[in-house]
Design a protein around this ligand. Structure first.
Ligand code: DGJ
Length: 558
């Protein structure tokens, strides 16, 4: 059979299995509510009692209306996504103060169930990309009741103050109304599996609020729980005012505490009525350059990597601070993922560019044991957020970088999430330097190289200098789960994987493949072998092409 057709057929089979499993789950969900479980510093999301990998997709900002949803679901289907992230805007559920309208939410839930998708709802309230743009008009144009931040000269910022008591009360009331409605219509169905509270908070152009209430709080001692969790970048006083403890970082750290405390009030009140996992997302600061005080180079007060401790201290009802990945430099991506993945902060990538180069990042993120990932701008409204995202926003180009990868992970969704919880998974993405990467496994080392043909060695005299189609730009990624001492599940794209014993063996002893089975996991999680790779298919490493497959590899020693 033609190779491409074979790969497509396999993709289609995987997609059918995935859709059937999801539909069954979504049809009659029972059991425990979606929740996080942690072991040894690792965390998994449990949905209907089983670990669940979020193969997500976030719709465009203005796709949160019933009329647009028909352009959303086909994109998720084409992508083999199991979860839709989509806004619920304060302005749409409470356009008139005190009068709530959940008709959009009801349509969304009904259609998500029909399409076999889970939902992560994005609460666009007081802050959306720091602005009150999604607050109702009765909030965003009433500075007296809902004050804006002010600078040192008393000049108003565009951003609402986290010290606005009425703002907090109104946002909290609307969010609680939403959670109350969800408890009524989805409390036992579990279509909604997680909530994002606000969106990319912080403030551009002003380091903190200098209004009277804010200033009084700034001059008070740093709360003990913040001292316990947030070290000062430059060690000064162990306790005291924000300035005394955090020096040049005092203003931005104080602002992070103020916003996190506000979000805590909203999230905590919401969880009292429906206890779903909740998170915040972050428009990143540079993760590579040496840490330095804010100089208008990122949104001050947002949950950047350096203030995760403040968010943990001030917002215990927020489980996760997640990074939004839009800087394609591989050094930034590697450093960001490392900084956000901590024992007290599970890795979850709530947003990522949907540009082609980001397809490979899925392997790195899921290999690191993340709860999931969600490329942004996935729907067929043909809106392109280039240059942040893809230029081509039409079907099928938009979802192509992710579809085959999602189909593969979808076919072993719960297995992978459990392996991640057990610390068995690893992942790499090809770097901008195109250099090979190594993965330390128990007793074995995997070496991953890129821009390799399936046959032969670059070191051969006269070997071709051509590169395989699709590898002109960094495109490779590999994820490996070590499921036994000598056994591995491997998937990836545009990469060559070699596995060698970590400890060198004596001259007459060595290691070689016992089996390299290509196959799939069935709905019950049992392995179904399709063929055993040998000869040309293993002599030059395990070569993964543009069409990812699943390999179950067992190594042997002689
Ligand atoms: C990140 C934001 O969180 C999204 O809502 C969106 O505005 C993208 N940036 C850019 O398209």
């Amino acid at each position: 059979m033609d190779k491409k057709i074979g790969a497509r057929l396999q993709g289609a089979r995987l997609a059918m299995l995935l859709t059937a499993a999801l539909a069954a789950q979504a049809a009659g969900a029972t059991g425990t509510a979606p929740h996080l479980e942690s072991r040894d510093g690792r965390t998994a999301l449990f949905v209907d009692g089983a670990p669940f990998l979020i193969l997500g997709a976030q719709a465009n900002n203005s796709s949160n209306y019933p009329a647009v949803l028909p352009q959303v679901w086909p994109a998720l289907d084409d992508m083999h996504a199991n979860t839709l992230e989509i806004p619920v805007a304060w302005e749409q559920i409470e356009p008139v103060e005190g009068r709530f309208d959940f008709s959009y939410v009801d349509t969304l839930l009904a259609q998500a169930r029909e399409h076999g998708k889970r939902l992560v709802l994005l609460w666009f309230g007081t802050w959306k990309n720091t602005s009150p743009s999604y607050a109702p008009e009765w909030v965003k144009f009433d500075n007296k009741r809902f004050p804006r931040m002010v600078d040192r000269d008393g000049k108003a910022s565009y951003c609402l103050s986290p010290f606005g008591e009425q703002t907090l009360a109104a946002d909290r009331k609307a969010f609680v109304a939403l959670m109350t409605h969800l408890a009524q219509v989805d409390g036992t169905r579990h279509t909604v599996i997680m909530m994002q509270v606000e969106n990319e908070v912080g403030t551009y152009g002003l380091v903190r609020d200098f209004g009277a209430k804010a200033q009084a709080a700034f001059e008070r001692p740093v709360p003990a729980e913040v001292l316990a969790r947030q070290p000062a970048p430059v060690r000064r006083a162990a306790s005291g005012t924000w300035r005394e403890v955090y020096g040049d970082y005092a203003d931005e750290y104080f602002h992070a505490w103020a916003i996190a405390s506000y979000i805590e009030q909203v999230a905590g009140a919401g969880r009292k009525v429906l206890d779903l996992p909740m998170y915040v997302n972050n428009a990143l600061r540079d993760a590579v350059e040496p840490l330095a005080p804010w100089k208008s180079n990122f949104a001050s007060g947002g949950p950047t990597y350096d203030v995760i401790g403040i968010y943990k201290a001030a917002a215990p009802h927020i489980d996760i601070v997640g990074p939004d990945l839009y800087n394609a430099a591989s050094a930034q991506i590697d450093a960001t993922l490392a900084r956000f993945q901590r024992p007290d902060n599970p890795l979850w990538v709530p947003e990522m560019s949907q540009a082609a180069g980001y397809g490979r990042i899925v392997y790195e993120v899921l290999g690191r044991g993340a709860l999931g990932i969600a490329p942004f701008g996935i729907d067929y409204t043909t809106y392109s957020n280039f240059p942040l995202g893809a230029k081509e926003a039409a079907r099928p180009a938009l979802v192509e970088p992710f579809a085959a990868t999602y189909a593969v992970f979808g076919s072993m969704n719960s297995l992978w999430a459990r392996w991640a919880l057990e610390g068995r998974t690893h992942g790499v993405a090809e770097g901008d330097d195109r250099k090979e990467r190594t993965i330390a496994l128990g007793g074995w080392t995997a070496t991953v190289s890129f821009q390799e043909w399936q046959f032969g060695e670059k070191s051969w005299p006269g070997y071709t200098t051509e590169v395989p189609p699709g590898t002109e730009k960094p495109s490779g990624g590999v994820a490996i789960a070590q499921i036994g001492p000598d056994e591995f599940v491997i998937t990836g794209q545009h990469a060559r994987v070699r596995i060698a014993a970590t400890q060198a063996m004596s001259a007459d002893h060595g290691a070689m493949y016992a089996r390299v089975e290509e196959g799939r996991f069935d709905a019950a999680g049992h392995w179904v072998m399709q063929r055993n790779w040998n000869g040309d298919q293993t002599d030059y490493g395990l070569n993964l092409t543009a069409s990812p497959v699943i390999l179950k590899v067992r190594m042997g020693r002689y």
